[in-house]
Write a protein that binds this ligand. Structure first.
Ligand SMILES: [Mn+2]
Length: 345
């Protein structure tokens, strides 16, 4: 099913407009006002679902319930926070939302150095360059980090970065395992499929550990708790930033085990080592052969939700970088067309 991310009432794109994209029948949603670490109330998730259903669409995925930094750091305070996480997952299940996309990236999730890189056709897209990242001064907090300006004050950020100095990749794996061992059984009994999103970009930034960076790591995740409820989000755009990641082979590796629960599809063009820009979705405009990815998903038996990931800003649209309506809608139609072609054999 082709789905579309919606940021709730604060999203400038109303559900009524998403409903008009011919391909889209599922919404990827979340509650954005619950402090990280607090449980998500059942009635709030149920209300979100009902709002989506008013527009003949279903609430297919929650993206995401953020994982508190204390859990990723393995602090003693993690246990009550994991209990709260389990409560949220249970409430998701009771509300009938089947897939949870989440990530385990320390401090920052998606990171870019340019939110409006001008492409040849005059559109703008998100871009990342490791050299540009190295020049960002975090002594003022996240003020100079594109997309994260108000996220952390200088003092908050320094404390967090200091805390992560003692967290090696091995320790982060341990902390992920500790989390999964407690949450996956709850998810399984609640009828919720956990779908861990790979790190974006898939390498360490600002000296922070990042572990979900390739096919081997994704497979390792699924083996930590060997349960169908413990799966991944296949995000092609994130993984493809590293040219060593062969997307169809990663899909086959995880998908044939039935552990891909959600797919993010967008295209990127690598512009140098650890440097890339996002592009329009079709193969040929970027480094991803989207047809090969969807074919691999279908061959692996994947039948879950797919969403067009970040879009460019086109036709004069303004709004949240990566999450305008127009280019994501084009992407959704493109993915729908490819999928229809594949599934009709
Ligand atoms: Mn993604």
């Amino acid at each position: 099913m082709i789905t579309f991310r919606w940021f709730g009432p604060r999203d400038p794109i109303p559900l009524a407009h998403i409903r008009q994209i011919p391909a889209v029948r599922g919404i990827v949603g979340a509650l954005f006002d619950i402090p990280v670490g607090q449980p998500w109330p059942l009635d709030r998730i149920a209300a979100l679902r009902e709002e989506v259903e008013l527009y003949d669409m279903s609430l297919t995925v929650i993206e995401s319930i953020p994982v508190h930094e204390d859990i990723k750091l393995g602090r003693p305070t993690r246990d009550p926070l994991i209990d709260n996480y389990c409560e949220s997952v249970q409430n998701m299940g009771h509300a009938g939302v089947p897939v949870l996309c989440y990530n385990f990236m320390p401090v920052f999730d998606w990171t870019r150095t340019d939110l409006a890189r001008r492409l040849e056709d005059g559109s703008t897209a998100l871009a990342y360059d490791d050299d540009a990242l190295a020049k960002i001064d975090l002594s003022r907090g996240t003020a100079d980090l594109p997309g994260w300006a108000t996220a952390y004050s200088a003092d908050q950020l320094k404390k967090l970065l200091d805390a992560y100095r003692s967290v090696s990749e091995t320790k982060l794996w341990d902390n992920l395992a500790y989390f999964l061992e407690r949450v996956v059984p709850v998810a399984a009994s609640a009828g919720v499929s956990m779908a861990l999103h790979p790190d974006d970009p898939p390498w360490s930034i600002f000296g922070l550990p990042r572990i979900i960076t390739d096919g081997a790591a994704l497979e390792r995740v699924t083996n930590i708790v060997d349960d169908p409820a413990n799966g991944i989000t296949f995000c092609g755009g994130s993984l493809a930033a590293n040219p060593k990641n062969d997307l169809p082979s990663i899909v086959r590796r995880i998908g044939t085990k039935g552990r891909i629960h959600f797919a993010h599809c967008r295209n990127i063009k690598r512009t140098g080592p650890r440097s890339f820009q996002e592009t329009a979705h079709p193969s040929g405009l970027g480094d991803i052969d989207m047809g090969a990815v969807l074919l691999a998903l279908h061959s692996a038996g994947f039948a879950g939700p797919i969403r067009s990931d970040h879009g460019r800003m086109i036709w004069g649209e303004t709004g949240q970088p990566g999450y305008g309506l127009n280019d994501r809608a084009l992407g959704a139609m493109y993915l729908h067309g490819l999928w229809e072609g594949i599934t009709r054999g």
